[in-house]
Design a binder for this molecule. Structure first.
Ligand SMILES: Cc1cc2nc3c(=O)[nH]c(=O)nc-3n(C[C@H](O)[C@H](O)[C@H](O)COP(=O)(O)O)c2cc1C
Length: 278
């Protein structure tokens, strides 16, 4: 399939939210796009999938296509004997800010991945956020090499020494975290997740405590947080599709302190007039 070239000139911009005039309790569908999208859904109806009746492969394909976009963490780890490994993971996210905790979930089927073995053995790793500028380099690290190691060389990425952990971080990453598998009471280090009757763990969820964050100075904004337009993160979608940030919109948070009176008035009126159950 021939696709148009990647648009290098594209820069994400901030816009207003889709419906800036939305008010408490307003039903969706006030804008032309929203109305049309909802009407299409009404017309199409739903297919309900019983997860116990679908093959693992179909479940995988369906879930990774619907639970999107997912951030990609390029994980650098090391075996006990010092063999370095690099692999991307999109079942990855932030769990808690304090203590700073992230999660990565690894599928152990059909093979236990080197990353899982390394994390179980040495507990240390770095997670490097993947940016558009070097996504191909990160992608090749998913290769299931028969020999241990080699991903770093194939990726063309540069190792930068970590401060707290043995595995290096990726120098080209604008946001890297040095992690150790978390010491969470009751959840010590990792959690195996398997369907009933499985002798071996089908998946392993690793919780990592973030010890150090390396963030490129030029991607920080005046508030000291990351400007998404400069990080240019890549997100994983279904099959082999990926996404970049398009337009970024700002949607202020509702705060009880600020909106208390308006919310109470709205809910008071709603009680008198009935609710929006079908
Ligand atoms: C973008 C991307 C995201 C991925 N996410 C995951 C994931 O979340 N969990 C997983 O088990 N494998 C995931 N994979 C596959 C692993 O990267 C792949 O199995 C890799 O060979 C594992 O390397 P290792 O054996 O060196 O640890 C992903 C692959 C790509 C390209």
């Amino acid at each position: 399939m021939s696709l148009p070239a990647f648009d290098e000139s594209f820069v994400p911009t901030y816009t207003a939210p889709p419906n800036p005039s939305w008010k408490l309790g307003d039903a969706p569908g006030a804008t032309a796009f929203s109305k049309q999208w909802l009407e299409a859904g009404e017309k199409a109806g739903y297919k309900v999938i019983d997860t116990s009746e679908v093959s693992p492969h179909e479940l995988y394909a369906l879930m990774i296509s619907g639970i999107i976009p997912r951030p990609i963490g390029l994980v650098s780890s090391m075996s006990e004997s010092g063999v370095e490994n690099l692999a991307p993971f999109s079942f990855f996210n932030m769990l808690t800010p304090f203590p700073p905790t992230i999660m990565i979930s690894l599928t152990n089927l059909p093979r236990v991945k080197d990353t899982a073995r390394n994390l179980l053995a040495t507990r240390q790793f770095t997670v490097n956020i993947v940016s558009e500028a070097w996504v191909e380099n990160a992608n090749v690290a998913a290769l299931d090499l028969p020999e241990e190691g080699g991903e770093w060389a194939l990726s063309g990425l540069t190792k930068a020494q970590s401060v707290m952990v043995r595995p290096p971080r990726v120098k080209e990453s604008a946001f890297s975290m040095e992690c150790e598998t978390a010491h969470v009471p009751q959840l010590w280090k990792h959690i195996d997740i398997s369907p009933p009757g499985f002798a071996q763990p089908a998946n392993t969820l690793f919780l990592g405590t973030v010890k150090r964050i390396h963030v490129r100075q030029d991607i920080l904004n005046e508030r000291g947080v990351v400007d998404p337009r400069k990080l240019r993160p890549v997100a994983r979608l279904g099959d082999v599709s990926y996404a970049r940030l398009g337009e970024v919109f700002r949607l202020p948070r509702y705060l009880w302190e600020d909106q208390k009176e308006e919310v109470e008035r709205f809910l008071g009126e709603r009680k008198e007039g009935g609710d929006n159950e079908p």
